[in-house]
Design a protein around this ligand. Sequence first.
Ligand code: SIN
Length: 335
Amino acid sequence: MPSSPSPALPCVRVLATGGTIAGAQTGGSRGYQAGAFSIDALVAAVPQLATLAQLEVEQVAAIGSQDMDEAVWRRLAERTAAALADPAVHGVVITHGTDTMEETGYFLNLVVRSEKPVVLVGAMRPATEISADGPMNLYNAVAVAAHPAARARGVLIVANDEIHFAREVAKTNTTQLGTFKSTQRGLAGLVNAGRLHLYAPPARRHTAESEFILGPDTVLPRVSIVYAYAGMGRELIDAAVQSGAHGLVVAGVGDGNLPATALAACADAVRRGVAVVRSSRTGGGVVERDIEIDDDRLGLIVAEELNPQKARVLLMLGLTRTADPRALQEMFFSY
Ligand code: SIN
């Protein structure tokens, strides 16, 4: 019989959004439906959670994270803030699909104003798969969210016994359990069956120190991502501007580079008041200013270490504060 949690245990609120961690296979096939199981069912499948924390659960959405959008981000930010404002709540766990978890995590890292732990967790195998990874990932995520040492580290992502900073982590593999990598600045720590080993805290501003405010009237501007390639022309950049983008992130080749024609389109976009950020499609390294491209002259912004999808998140929030490329660049150096 599952044990009841002791009232002396920390309280962790679990906000569920769906994903493969809640996925169910259909008819014996390998295919599955993400978000099929409720959070009540996921928690009931791991009775050992009762030894870690008193859990309060809330189903915020039941989607595959390819369908994650601004409306769900806003709801998650609001429900996370409400949970953390409750003095009885020690931390929040968010169950989420792995595909866009890094974007949601970084978004919350910038808009949640609290030092309490916020931990996103998912799984690569659906809950009905042989050796599903969801139950241990959920157990570890609750252990991290309940632990006082996990405070003031920004939003974290737990998977495969590793703890990642939302700013640093990227999904790097379509199917493997070890898909999440923090190649640039390294891991936030390890968690072995609920036992935490935390490393150095994050260097960049986050959560309680963030300047970004997501109020009900805050309009998140449209920011598009354009992927660069050999022989790229200007048509995708022009199309993004014509469709009303206020910001543009280029997943550039190498050090955020672009063919000359595409670069000219970026310069035109800047002249029309669009903020243009150079990131890289390589998956690693730092995009620096003024190396092969004269960013100062063209009014471009560099993403430093942020991959294109996270640069988009920061640019959306940055544009709620300023349209000045120099001020936006400072944000990319700070967050
Ligand atoms: C999703 O992101 O919802 C599907 C993939 C996964 O959760 O691993």
